[in-house]
Structures are given as structure tokens and as C-alpha cells.
Write a protein that binds this ligand. Structure first.
Ligand SMILES: [Zn+2]
Ligand SMILES: [Zn+2]
Length: 313
């Protein structure tokens, strides 16, 4: 063996040891403080904890109904320190929505959401909520979707391409963008043709631009939509996370049972088949850990949530 070969061989061995060790740790984030800010409240606190523990996530923020204060309190008592608060949703197309959401905030909710309704993003129902969120000083989480996942599903908060007008009209509202249309518009060539477009991202997308231009817009990284946007063009992702490192908030929107892909992770959603058998929470943490510096990773999974949402242990 020549000296050169010997050195190459030694390096190869070292490389194999390093990577075998890394592969063994399938949760390189274990031990970090991480809050899942898109955790739909489950039938029991135990099932929420099963998901958090399965992924090795320390904390969650519940998304639930406006009248959930007592259930949230019970969950927080059962697992002290794990659930950092909750967002409240109610049917905003019905009269009384403003009263219901105001009452939820008074009973301890930290924000509105997620609001997922068959209305226009610039329509009267959501405009009332934008104004109310500003008045109460709480963030509002909106599901934007232009392409139905099933023949009967319909669309939600449509018209994201023109959302700049809302950001201008409600400068005191803290908007949290989420779901298909928010993330598909990360690419400048999106024309509402698919729920989850694939392939290279064309620079200058509406979402990238609005996050850069408007201090009142934030991005929720959850669901197949967020994961798809971060996975489709690996050359794009590190720069995007770096650019918006103070505006992006980690969440999973995962409904798998065990934090390992058991059960169904994206229910009722055939176009999200890429997540079949996978845990979205885990998949997105893997992308973030690989694409962001440790400092930026901590912002995305912990600090930004604490700055943007009023979380309490
Ligand atoms: Zn959603
Ligand atoms: Zn999961």
C-alpha cells in the first residue's frame, strides 16, 4: 500500500465511522428545545405526548377550538411544561365569530388559527378577523389553498398572489402564512396548477418577496406544503432559511400516531402521498437541521415562536 493509498484508506475508514455514528442518531435534534407550533389538539394529552416523544420534540402549541380553555388547562396540568399555549379557531363565516375569538383570547389563547375556510383572503369574513387580531394584539394563522385535494374539498383563503394588499391594509396585524398556496408561491412560476409543485424554484416568488418586504408577515413551516417547499430545490433552501431566519416558525401539522409515521400523517390528502408512512414533524426537522446553521435552526424551532407568539411554559 503506498503512503497515498494508506492515507486514502484511513480517511475512508474515518468517514465510515463518522457517518455510521450519524446514521445511528436519526434525531440529531434530540435534546434541543423545539416547539411544534402546528400541533392540532388530539383526543387526549397522552396522544399528543406520544407524538412529541416519538419525534423527540420538547414542546407544542395547540391549535384547537375557541372553547378549549378547560381542556388545554387539563393537558397542561397533566404534562407540566410541555404545552406552551394554544390558538383558537371558530367558524368565521357565522355570526358571532368575533365574540367567540375575543372570548378565547380572554380565556388564555395566544392567537387565532388555524383559520381554514372557503372564503377569499381579501373577503369580508377574513378582513374582520385581520382587524380584530390587530385590535387584540394577537397573531392570525391562515390556511391558503387554491387547488382542492379531492373533488369535494374546495379551496381556502383564495387569492394569495394579491395578499400584498392585505399586508398594506392591516399593518398592525401579525399574519402567519401556512399551507399549499403560501408555500407554492415560493416559486415565481406558480400558476395555481398543482397543490404541491415539484422541481427547481424560480427565484423571486411572491412568498419570498412578501416575507422580505413586510414585517407583519411570518411563515409557518408545517405540513407537506412546507416540507415540499423546503425539499424540492436543495440549492434554494439554505439561502431562503438564512434570508427569513427571523420570520419562519417550525410546526408539523402531522397527524401520525407515534412520531415515526404510524397511522396517517396527512389525512384526506391524496396529493400528499410523498408523506405516506412518514412523520412530517421528523421530515421537516431533518431538512432544517441539514440546511440551517445551529444558530438559525434554534431561531426556527424555538426563538421565533417565543418572539412572535406569547408562549408560556
Ligand atoms: Zn392547514
Ligand atoms: Zn408525525
Amino acid at each position: 500500500m503506498s503512503e497515498l493509498t494508506r492515507r486514502g484508506f484511513a480517511q475512508a475508514i474515518a468517514g465510515a465511522v463518522c457517518c455510521a455514528a450519524q446514521a445511528q442518531s436519526s434525531e440529531p435534534w434530540a435534546g434541543d428545545s423545539i416547539v411544534d407550533c402546528h400541533h392540532h389538539m388530539r383526543p387526549s394529552a397522552d396522544s399528543s405526548i406520544a407524538h412529541l416523544d416519538g419525534v423527540k420534540i420538547s414542546n407544542a402549541l395547540f391549535l384547537t377550538r375557541d372553547n378549549a380553555a378547560e381542556r388545554v388547562k387539563a393537558a397542561r396540568q397533566q404534562y407540566p411544561g410541555r404545552f406552551l399555549g394554544w390558538f383558537a379557531a371558530t367558524d368565521i363565516t357565522k355570526p358571532g365569530a368575533e365574540d367567540a375569538l375575543t372570548a378565547a383570547i380572554k380565556s388564555g389563547a395566544s392567537g387565532f388559527g388555524e383559520l381554514k375556510f372557503h372564503v377569499e383572503a381579501a373577503g369580508p369574513e377574513l378582513r374582520r378577523m385581520y382587524a380584530l387580531a390587530a385590535e387584540l394584539g394577537v397573531p392570525i394563522l391562515i390556511h391558503f389553498q387554491e387547488v382542492p385535494h379531492t373533488p369535494t374539498e374546495g379551496t381556502f383563503a383564495t387569492g394569495f398572489k394579491n395578499f400584498e394588499a392585505m399586508l398594506k391594509a392591516y399593518p398592525k396585524t401579525k399574519f402567519i402564512g401556512h399551507a399549499d398556496a403560501f408555500w407554492a408561491n415560493i416559486s415565481a412560476d406558480y400558476a395555481n396548477e398543482a397543490a404541491y409543485p415539484a422541481g427547481k424554484i424560480k427565484r423571486g416568488g411572491v412568498t419570498d418577496k412578501l416575507l422580505g418586504d413586510y414585517p407583519n408577515l411570518y411563515g409557518d413551516l408545517s405540513a407537506n406544503s412546507g416540507n415540499n417547499a423546503l425539499s424540492r430545490d436543495p440549492e434554494f433552501t439554505p439561502g431562503f432559511l438564512e434570508r427569513h431566519q427571523d420570520k419562519l416558525i417550525y410546526g408539523s401539522d402531522c397527524s401520525c400516531s407515534d412520531g415515526k409515521g404510524g397511522g396517517i400523517s396527512q389525512g384526506n390528502n391524496p396529493p400528499a402521498a410523498r408523506m405516506a408512512g412518514k412523520c412530517v414533524a421528523r421530515e421537516t426537522l431533518t431538512v432544517l437541521k441539514a440546511s440551517a446553521s445551529p444558530k438559525v435552526f434554534r431561531k426556527l424551532v424555538w426563538e421565533n415562536a417565543h418572539k412572535t407568539y406569547a408562549l408560556k411554559a
